[in-house]
Design a protein around this ligand. Structure first.
Ligand code: FE2
Length: 248
């Protein structure tokens, strides 16, 4: 028997009552069924006890020659234009002291405007869009800034509980200066009624930390006659850190 939304709301309330205040969700979060499968269950193995810094030397290397302007414009990657509401998403990547993080590789992946991923394992019976792959990447500039042009993703159902729908979201991945620093997270859209029903977003104990995952409408970022604008800053560390998860 699938769990109802009412059951889920009770589980969320119980989990929140138990959780210590934190911007990061607990690893096991019962309302988000598969969270138990998404983290290691054993203690980390030391890669090189005699030289722990060696692993830190290995990192993806990307420069302006590898990442072109086309990579950050998901509306221009095919012969035709994708369907959907065009959006511009822009912000800054910052460290714990609010300093810009330059030359940072940001990867983005998302569903199309109908809520369907261009992925063989996505069985949601919504149409694929031949003009939309849903993958992008960008390098941050000297001010830590990034900018993507894309279409607003649709909500999609998933099988976490009865009649479960994910709110519209963009997946983001950021590499720091080593693989071990990777941040994987999701950005949401303001005013989405599904936010309150989403156990992935609700797994973040602190309300302020949840709010940091929701982009701000920014009229100044809209491109007249072309796209609507959203601003979203990503903080890599410290008390205002953007939470990380390996979500769906
Ligand atoms: Fe997703």
């Amino acid at each position: 028997m699938p769990l109802t939304q009412q059951d889920l709301d009770r589980e969320i309330a119980a989990a929140r009552a138990d959780a210590p205040p934190s911007p990061h969700p607990p690893r096991d979060y019962p309302p988000y069924r598969s969270s138990a499968l998404r983290h290691p269950h054993r203690a980390p193995v030391v890669v090189r006890g005699d030289d722990p810094d060696l692993v830190e030397l290995h990192t993806p290397v990307f420069g302006p020659a590898d990442v072109t302007e086309l990579d950050s414009d998901l509306t221009r990657q095919h012969r035709g234009e994708p369907l959907g509401e065009r959006i511009t998403v822009s912000g800054r990547v910052l460290d714990s002291r609010g300093r810009p993080v330059r030359g940072q590789l940001i990867e983005l992946w998302q569903a199309n405007a109908s809520g369907r991923y261009a992925h063989r394992r996505d069985r949601h019976p919504a149409p694929l869009d031949p003009n939309f792959t849903g993958l992008g990447r960008a390098l941050t500039g000297d001010d830590g800034g990034y900018r993507f042009t894309t279409v607003k993703p649709g909500a999609y159902p998933w099988r976490n509980h009865e009649n479960a729908w994910r709110p519209a979201h963009l997946h983001f991945s950021l590499f720091g200066t080593a693989f071990a620093q990777r941040l994987v997270t999701q950005m949401y859209f303001p005013g989405d009624p599904l936010l309150a029903y989403d156990p992935i977003l609700q797994s973040v104990p602190e309300a302020a930390a949840r709010e940091r995952l929701v982009a701000a409408w920014d009229h100044g970022l809209t491109v007249p006659e072309f796209s609507l604008g959203y601003r979203w800053d990503i903080v890599l560390d410290g008390p205002s850190a953007t939470w990380t998860e390996e979500g769906r």
